[in-house]
Design a protein around this ligand. Structure first.
Ligand code: DAH
Length: 370
């Protein structure tokens, strides 16, 4: 009996004397922890006779409850004191300028690619991809570039060093080689799972990707982006091509007032071939679309050359279609008013902060994209 009241007096004094929550926790562990004094007493009940247990049990349990309550009370007091001390010591200076928030942005080219994929997806196009490092066959030969023809130089190609078999790979000069990968059925496994493999017509794909040429001025950068398109079926003609490009342009610029012109052109892989320009004004520091007297070429296109179909194993008497290749960066410059394409890849964060897009913006009602 005396032991218990003595222990209670002792513990109570230590609880009341605990100067902070840390000291109080130490007292709690010493009393109620796994091998605390009170816990040990509770454990000893098991070894007592039933009569003794009946007598001692309520006493020890009562002690435990009172100590628990006392600790909780002291804890509340100490916490309040500590909070007051913290509040008194801390200072909040509302006049301090906030720290700048560093926020990333979506590059306009990626934004435009997403917009293009969304618009063409609605027209029923699937997305195909190919490698940036191409072989001569896909980049040139299969696309009907004659061997040793200056057409190969026309593209200002970046060649890689020749490999063991003497083959010189290229940084692809256009996304057109992916046309070949989509049409040509081989039993070779592609080097990576995302690389397009041959499929049977009808075919309706677009190919967004990076392309490379040794070129640099306000409208050319050595690395740029294209979106290729390919449609193969039994009765596809130039009218389908024209409609598709016009429908895309109206959708992309969110107006049907954009003026375009179709010019005859030459590409080895299409016959007939054309280029489409958009009317714009480049006299100021910005490009303005739908006004002015300048024209900017944005897409090359044409009917897929019979030789290309043949090179890919398709019978030109059975299948025909159109193809196109958009300059993505130019489309972005036209829509969002960037005057010099080289700025797009200068990695200047001020430029990106100005022209970049928020990844969390509300979806654009026209494209469903943010
Ligand atoms: N590959 C061409 C270039 O980079 C663009 C192009 C023209 C793509 C006509 C096509 C096409 O698919 O049919 O200049």
């Amino acid at each position: 009996m005396t032991d218990l009241s003595q222990l209670e007096a002792e513990l109570s004094a230590r609880i009341d004397a605990a100067a902070d929550t840390g000291a109080l926790e130490a007292v709690r562990v010493a009393a109620l922890g796994k091998s605390g004094q009170v816990s040990e007493l509770l454990k000893s009940l098991g070894g007592l006779s039933p009569e003794a247990r009946r007598e001692q049990g309520p006493l020890i349990n009562g002690l435990r409850d009172r100590i628990t309550t006392r600790i909780a009370g002291r804890k509340a007091t100490l916490e309040a004191v500590e909070l007051d001390a913290q509040l008194a010591a801390g200072r909040l200076d509302l006049s301090l300028p906030p720290r700048p928030r560093r926020k990333g942005a979506v590059h306009p080219t990626m934004q435009v690619m997403d917009e293009m994929v969304a618009i063409f997806a609605e027209m029923g196009f699937a997305v195909a991809e190919g490698p940036d490092i191409e072989d001569d066959f896909h980049n040139f030969t299969a696309l009907n570039f004659p061997p040793k023809h200056p057409a190969r130089e026309m593209h200002d190609t970046f060649f890689l060093q020749a490999g063991a078999e003497g083959e010189r790979k290229v940084l692809r000069t256009h996304t057109s080689p992916v046309q070949v990968r989509v049409m040509q059925k081989t039993n070779q496994k592609p080097a990576a799972p995302w690389i397009a493999t041959g499929q049977d017509p009808p075919i309706r794909v677009i190919v967004p990707g990076r392309t490379y040429r040794s070129d640099s001025d306000a409208t050319h950068t050595p690395m740029f982006h294209q979106v290729e398109g390919l449609v193969i079926d039994r009765a596809i003609h130039m009218g389908h091509l024209r409609w598709t490009l016009d429908a895309f342009i109206a959708r992309y610029f969110e107006t049907s007032a954009v003026e375009t012109r179709f010019r005859p052109h030459h590409f080895p892989f299409t016959e007939p071939s054309a280029e489409m320009d958009v009317r714009c004004d480049r006299s100021g520091s910005e490009i303005r679309i739908g006004q002015g007297s300048d024209w900017m070429e944005i897409v090359g296109c044409g009917m897929v050359h019979p030789n290309v179909l043949r090179n890919c194993g398709l019978d030109p008497d059975e299948w025909q279609g159109f193809a196109f290749g958009f300059g993505v960066d130019r489309l972005g410059a036209l829509k969002y008013g960037m005057p010099d394409l080289r700025d797009m890849f200068a990695a200047d964060t001020r430029w990106l902060a100005h022209y970049g897009f928020s990844p969390f913006a509300m979806p654009n009602p026209a494209t469903g994209l943010s």
